[in-house]
Design a protein around this ligand. Sequence first.
Ligand code: DX5
Ligand code: ZN
Length: 220
Amino acid sequence: MAQPLISPSILSADFARLGEEVRAIDEAGCDWVHVDVMDGHYVPNITIGPDVVKAIRPHTEKVFDVHLMISPVDQYLEEFAKAGADIITVHPEAGAHTHRTIQAIHSLGKKAGVSLNPGTPESALDYLIDDVDLVLVMSVNPGFGGQSFISSQLRKIEKIRKMIDATGRDIHLEVDGGVNPETAKQCVAAGADVLVAGSATFKGGASQYAANIAALKGEG
Ligand code: DX5
Ligand code: ZN
């Protein structure tokens, strides 16, 4: 089985030392950096905004995988693009015009992702999949790190893998929430190729990051 890309969620990093933390996960072998943006409106938590993305951008050259859990979203896309996002992922549940939002992300020269909450069926992708670069399956309800993986999402991952293969396009299938070395294996077996991991990456402090990332990749 191919090794997944690992996108550590910096939500579980030490926010007082964010630049250092980003450098540490880079050196520990992460593939992407996952940035969880929450607005206290679409989800019940407030995290970080474009200024923080800009501040950490010089600390790594890795792909910035920016997950926007905000509503409305369109008016902030340009700021996140300018701040250094490479991939911008949005929730169709958060706004009425997701297709337009995807077009706007592309017109900013960035890759566009669509994320589905645990209660949203894969059919939400029917008329979006041909235009996206990434599908993000939420395996927890968005809002907080450290929650337990919702196993019913494995069926959804399998179904979306088939939908992606049918397009013949290279679309990433990413899973976010409750990913640990054990659930990582299940996600990869179901067809995921990118795994977000917050608690499982940052646990034990910087000396453990490389081992944590290796374990998520299924090494050792
Ligand atoms: C949840 C966020 C996730 C979360 C993952 O709303 O989108 O990225 O921080 O954290 P863990 O890996 O701890 O479940
Ligand atoms: Zn996320």
